[in-house]
Design a protein. Structure first.
Length: 328
């Protein structure tokens, strides 16, 4: 079965500037939640913006690769054709609902905007009530303004708006940021339910591995603009192969282990204009060797069905214990 979303060797760059996303390939099938995880600056949100044909800066552009939605290559669309896709076949949920909801319009009007934009304004009020019920909000929310809603209610309003046109794909960019734990759990449960009921393909972007573990079927780990590891969520969490993935998991709080101080990967994600030679993670990696790690960029290599990693040393037995020794 053809994936709903298929990114193939996607590269994004700034005009007359550096490459921001490099050789990214991933798929999302109907009824599947796929996670894209990594630190801030890894290129996760830029990848999502590319799937919408929108970028936060006019200098950014798709340099090469394909973005296929239901088999259609979106990189070849005109501006008018893109408008027909956004909000109709692709719904987007942004990470800060307060920043994307108009404070001067009631929530119901904002949920109905996609219906109006795509010529479905007839019976919009009734459709808004159905959508609010779908995201577990009372019909009375339609008449309320954003400042009258809690953070979790605002996020549900954005989800309702994203679902207005029955999209095939829902992109959720950090949908639980700044929400408390109980509200976050409710939003994630809602996404799982919608995936099951509507057969949605969901691309979930986050820096939170706990969110990935609770919600996603598969996960792609992104670092410095590249996918460095991918696989089924349970398998990847049980036996991560790339040192970056191992470091992310080692930094999680474990109530069974008393460790002072809390472990974190040393250093920061390199900027697009200062990418190191060879493996992009070698400046922070406890396994890095002058050759091959510093000398040559590693390819993304498949190792089991549906799983891959971008590390020269991932097959070596020392890899799994690298961060344990480093943290000690």
């Amino acid at each position: 079965m053809r994936p709903v979303l298929e990114l193939s060797r996607l590269c994004i760059e700034l005009r007359n500037g550096p490459r921001l996303v490099d050789d990214v390939s991933l798929t999302v099938a109907a009824g599947e939640i796929v996670g894209l995880v990594g630190e801030s600056g890894s290129g996760k949100s830029m990848t999502a913006y590319a799937a919408l044909g929108l970028f936060p800066t006019p200098r950014a552009r798709i340099a090469s690769g394909e973005i296929r939605l239901e088999g259609r290559d979106l990189t070849r669309l005109t501006a008018r054709q893109w408008r027909d896709v956004r909000g109709a076949r692709i719904g987007m949920v942004f990470q800060d609902p307060s920043g994307f909801l108009d404070p001067l319009l009631p929530a119901g009007r904002q949920v109905a905007e996609a219906l109006v934009a795509h010529g479905e304004a007839r019976d919009a009020a009734a459709r808004v009530r159905v959508l609010l019920d779908q995201v577990e909000l009372p019909a009375s929310v339609a008449a309320r303004y954003p400042h009258e809603l809690s953070g979790g209610q605002k996020q549900r309003v954005l989800i309702a708006a994203a679902l207005a046109m029955h999209p095939a794909l829902l992109i959720a960019d950090e949908p639980t940021t700044a929400l408390d734990v109980s509200v976050q759990a409710g939003i994630l449960a809602l996404l799982r339910r919608l995936r099951a009921e509507m057969g949605l393909a969901v691309l979930l972007i986050t820096h939170d591995l706990g969110v990935i573990a609770e919600t996603c079927d598969r996960v792609f780990v992104m670092y410095a603009g590249q996918i460095v590891e991918s696989g089924a969520t349970r398998t990847l969490f049980r036996a991560p192969r790339h040192p970056y993935t191992q470091g992310l998991l080692a930094s999680l709080l474990d109530p069974r282990v008393r460790r002072e101080p809390l472990f974190s990967i040393p250093g920061t994600v390199p900027g697009a204009q200062a990418m190191p030679s060879g493996c992009r993670f070698h400046t922070r990696c406890p396994l890095a060797l002058p050759d091959p790690c510093v000398a040559r960029p590693p390819p993304l290599r498949a190792h089991t069905a549906g799983a891959a990693d971008r590390c020269w040393r991932s097959d070596e037995p020392v890899a799994a214990a690298a961060w344990n020794a480093h943290a000690a």
